[in-house]
Design a protein around this ligand. Sequence first.
Ligand code: SF4
Length: 204
Amino acid sequence: MDALDKLQFLGQATQYEPAEETTVAGTVLAPKAARDLSGCIFEAATPHGRVPLLKTLLTSACERDCFYCPFRAGRDFRRATLKPDELAQTFDAMHRAGLVKGLFLSSGIAGGGLRTQDRLLAVAELLRGKYGFRGYLHLKIMPGAERAQVERAMQLADRVSVNLEAPNGERLARLAPHKVFMEELMRPLRWVEEISRRHTSRPA
Ligand code: SF4
């Protein structure tokens, strides 16, 4: 599979991850691409206006076993993984071709939340640095990410988000037995709030 094949494949998988779509689920933009990437390009409402957004996972492989999730470990499911430079280069080519103006990036967890977050950050670093991309970027914060990673994600992205799948630890344990509510989900969310408060309260 080349990078575009993987994107086609991951795009279909990403339909389960809500982003900033303005269209009804299942109705997507149909860009003029050599290959049909309509399953992963959505019209999205962003601070940059309505833009075509590439919505993808870095990998649909996952070592966790959240019961509600199609990517959970052990499920008989064809998986695909993009390397950070593969995704950054492909996104840059699509951006230059006018197919997309923004990126929503999430991932299954492979090798722990820290390593997975590092790979998401690597994509963002490449886009903002090597490819000079200044458009809209939404990064997911992985369960168990460290504070420095959250801070870097907030420097690189226009938006970050944490998937909070349950209102408390007890409920979460019933849905996602290997996610830890306070340490893995609430703590990064609090860091996001603290960091954003610190930045907005700075004198001009
Ligand atoms: S950690 Fe995320 S991708 Fe993995 S099984 Fe749970 S919800 Fe799915």
